[in-house]
Design a protein around this ligand. Sequence first.
Ligand SMILES: Nc1ncnc2c1ncn2[C@@H]1O[C@H](COP(=O)(O)OP(=O)(O)O)[C@@H](O)[C@H]1O
Ligand SMILES: [Mg+2]
Length: 244
Amino acid sequence: MGCVLNFRSKGKMSVPMLLSQISPQAPSSPSSSSHIDVQPIAFEEIKKATRNFQHSFYLEHGAWGHVFKGYIDEHTLTASKPGFGITIAVKIWNPEGVQAHQEWSKELNYLSQLRHPNVVRLVGYCPEEEKMILVYEFMAKGSLDNHLFRREHESLSWATRIKVAIDAARALSFLHDKDKPVIHRSFRTADILLDGEFNAKLCDFGLARDGPTGDMTHVSTRVLGTFGYAAPEYVATVVSGIAT
Ligand SMILES: Nc1ncnc2c1ncn2[C@@H]1O[C@H](COP(=O)(O)OP(=O)(O)O)[C@@H](O)[C@H]1O
Ligand SMILES: [Mg+2]
């Protein structure tokens, strides 16, 4: 991706400042007041926090990139020993990935504005923008699809399933009821993460976009998402609204 940022330092560039320098493909940049204080975390600290991206810290991989587990001190945002500080998940986009940079910047943009108990918390980002790394709270039970479709996991009880469904619905309701609604466009079991107590949180905002505002009932978009999860009327009409 040909995004050129003219900073390489590990300085304290805020998310709005950082996003204002990102390529024009980045989503509309909201006013700085709407951004939560998402902190830069130096690449060296991310490296140390994951023990130099050690294999035993590896969580997930795919065409999109890699996710590692790590440990940092929540206050200083420096690496801590395994078992100390807070546990984090470090997501690294594959620079070869189609639209990798756009997805990274969208995720940074949206998650630095959204705080809700059922939306995964973005802890920080690597200020070396070309590395495309974001740091999240660690969700100990991983993604919902693993629990539903992988044999090694015990089947979820009905009570847990209902709780997860309600948590996920709360996340959607939060996104859709905002003054400036957000359409996630990838609402599926792989993008619902579970913490140690099976609280569910929505993740992966790389395909998200701003929803209709004012008198608008819909926005027209390219069809994105996953077959089987996207609303048929959206796929057929390329018109996306809160209901889809
Ligand atoms: N915060 C996290 N804690 C634990 N595992 C995570 C976390 N974020 C992502 N993962 C794991 O990595 C996978 C991919 O992450 P996701 O954000 O959905 O990225 P992608 O855009 O590649 O689908 C998830 O399905 C989950 O298994
Ligand atoms: Mg995903």
